[in-house]
Design a binder for this molecule. Sequence first.
Ligand code: AMP
Length: 389
Amino acid sequence: MLNIALFGPPGAGKGTQSEFLVKKYNLFYISTGDLLRKEMAGRTKLGLEAQSIIAAGGLVSDEIIVQIIENTITDNPGSNGFLFDGFPRTYIQAYILEGLMLKLHTSLNCLISLNVSEEESVRRLLNRGITSGRSDDNEAVIRNRLREYDEKTRPVLQFYRDRGICVDVDGSASVEDVRARITEIIRDELSKSLFNVVLFGYPGSGRGSQGRALAKAYDLEYVATGPMLDQEIKDGTETGRRITALYESGQLVPDEIVVQLIEKKLAASNGVKGFIFKGYPRTLVQSYILDALLKKHGSSISRIIEIEVPTLELIARLDERSKTDRCMPYDSSTAKIVKRLQEHETRTVPVIKKYSQRHEVIRVDGMGTFDEVFGRLSAVIEDGFKSMR
Ligand code: AMP
């Protein structure tokens, strides 16, 4: 996700720049000023409470802000992230934003501070007042708004400077120049973010071979937990010995081992553009773990794809494979194949369901030749890359 906050005194150009950013990056726009004006127009309880404060150029209470913003943020339909305009405006709101982002397993990428002088702000707002119809765009109220900004809002900058995510922009330049500078900042930000794909599909759907081919074509790191465990055994590591013992006693490899291996992989993969996870997460617990692991690296899942293949075709493919040298011990009989398909049904399908409540799960038809399926999957990945830029 790309989450940006536009910061600056009234009249700095936050609203103007927002229009273009929302379109270009498919962001969900949250302007607390607009939300409050909507509440006032609807004469709701919150709107009525806020009315006199806004008219005087004061700041509405943090309690009101948290209520209007929480509903909006959780209603967010499949956008690439959020653009905050006029929020956070107090230190408390900065903490509120942290909490809200955390709840969505994400974080603010950067706060762009548009700097303009007080006189420039007043000049622009008076100008806007001629057409905006906003009762708070008159000189006495404007001066008060700027005073509130200086006292309560400007100190918020330090909160973000301390976190190293505040970027200053000269807001007195032309609209086009400010836009170009912001585009540059976001481009830098995006180049830091990883593109992570979770590839689901029943055994036999082609997720392994397609996953490897996609990773190669798009410079992503392929992460398949099965081969990672095998590698530990081959390397004769301490973890490998633990895994062998578990295999021999017929036990499942516990999540804590898999977590450590994925952690290692994420930490060692400097310079990759992202990851393709195949065969992970397999259970609900693992889905929470993956979210947390990616979050720790300032990242999140970008695309979730499920390759769909009818059951009879899956059985036919796995049966075919069992007659070749690619036969896996767990595919050596029809009974074993059916058991694996059932295991997927009971353990992993609920994970996909859970994901589809929060994220879009893109279903791709897995029938046809390898190249046909690869083409469909590539289109999804390319579309994902595009919406990151
Ligand atoms: P704006 O449209 O962002 O200039 O906001 C107009 C007015 O709404 C401000 O002067 C405040 O009175 C109120 N307001 C908007 N956002 C906030 C916020 N995050 N915290 C407190 N008051 C706000």
